[in-house]
Design a protein around this ligand. Structure first.
Ligand code: PMV
Length: 330
């Protein structure tokens, strides 16, 4: 018996960067994301009494480096099921892995959904979201589709550090054009990068104290479908996060020259031609252009023309993590 789940990565418009508690992986800042449709991770989980430790294959190869994090997340589900049986996990992505395209978000969301089914736990979405958060903070959001918010925890029992659906994908069908400027893995992962920023960036306290206002403004812009307001708060929030990264010690500079060319191009499209698009970028050199569906062709063509852009991916907004049929290839 095995269970297979599929999850889509999500792109944060209001960013989570920094932890309040590293052990429970609690975010210091709330976040707002959109779940994509066209990019996915599929993960097959099979528990097997004969295994001495969990086995993880990522995109067809053994991945001992990612195994510890995966096992730690699975341990939480095993504890709930009252078992210590190890698992064989086979996971693959249809997009570049660990390169700033949120593969850990879709990866842990798919993992908890498949493991939950395989262990017969039937946990609710909020609980699955909290479990995925232990693997990767952003993974908590990929349990849901469309627009998803996640508050920084304030309650003493920490139970509010889970994601919540805000608006369905169909209710405001935005599109995302991703400019892939590098297929290489990032040199500093987001977990280590956040800790570096928390301990060393002089801007970190201001970043954390401004996060709640950005989240409120962005949620209001989504509820009222106000693209101009969402543009303003999202780009500002993204640039503030990169200012925190860049002011860390040693500095975290995830962007390349091509990244910056993409950002300038998108601003020019908006300011000079009135194209409804804004940029965002995470812990990697890729650029995500969020736009209204009518702007996709123009935005994709402009990004594809920039020297150094290796690939352009186009996606609408999609659903949260779900089980898939055994027959579907992984
Ligand atoms: O969930 P993590 O540990 O992969 O961190 C995500 C960090 C950002 O992608 C930069 C921001 C976010 O909220 O997704």
């Amino acid at each position: 018996m095995a269970a297979i789940a599929q999850a889509q990565p999500n792109i944060a418009l209001i960013k989570y960067w920094g932890k309040r508690d590293t052990k429970l992986n609690l975010p210091a800042t709330g976040s707002l994301s959109i779940t994509l449709a066209a990019l996915w991770t599929r993960t097959r989980v099979e528990f097997d009494e004969s295994l001495r430790h969990d086995e993880l294959r990522l995109n067809g190869s053994q991945d001992p480096a990612a195994r510890a994090r995966t096992s730690a997340c699975l341990d939480l589900l095993r504890r709930l099921a009252g078992t210590t049986t190890r698992a064989r996990i086979d996971s693959c992505n249809n997009f570049p892995t660990a390169a700033g395209l949120a593969s850990s978000a879709s990866g842990f969301a798919a993992l908890v959904v498949a493991a939950d089914a395989e262990l017969g736990l039937a946990l609710d979405r909020r609980t699955l979201s909290a479990l995925a958060r232990h693997g990767s903070g952003s993974a908590a959001r990929s349990l849901f589709g469309g627009f998803v918010s996640m508050a920084a925890d304030h309650r003493a029992d920490r139970e509010d550090a889970v994601a919540e659906p805000l608006l369905d994908a169909a209710e405001w069908p935005l599109a995302v054009v991703v400019a892939v400027t590098s297929h290489t893995r990032k040199s500093v992962g987001s977990g280590a990068g956040m800790e570096r920023s928390r301990h060393t960036s002089p801007f970190y306290p201001a970043w954390v104290s401004g996060a709640a206002a950005d989240l409120t403004a962005a949620c209001a812009a989504v509820q009222t479908r106000d693209f101009a307001a969402l543009t303003a708060v999202s780009e500002h929030n993204c640039l503030k996060m990169h200012a925190v990264m860049q002011s860390s010690q040693p500095p975290l500079l995830y962007w390349s020259g091509t990244t910056l060319d993409c950002l300038q191009c998108l601003r020019a499209l908006r300011e000079r031609e009135g194209v409804e698009v804004f940029f965002t970028s995470d812990a990697g050199a890729q650029v995500k252009a969020v736009c209204l569906p009518g702007a996709v062709t123009r935005v994709a063509a402009a990004l594809a023309d920039i020297p150094g852009v290796e690939q352009v991916l186009i996606s609408g907004l999609g659903e949260g993590a779900q089980l898939v049929n055994d027959g579907e290839a992984i």
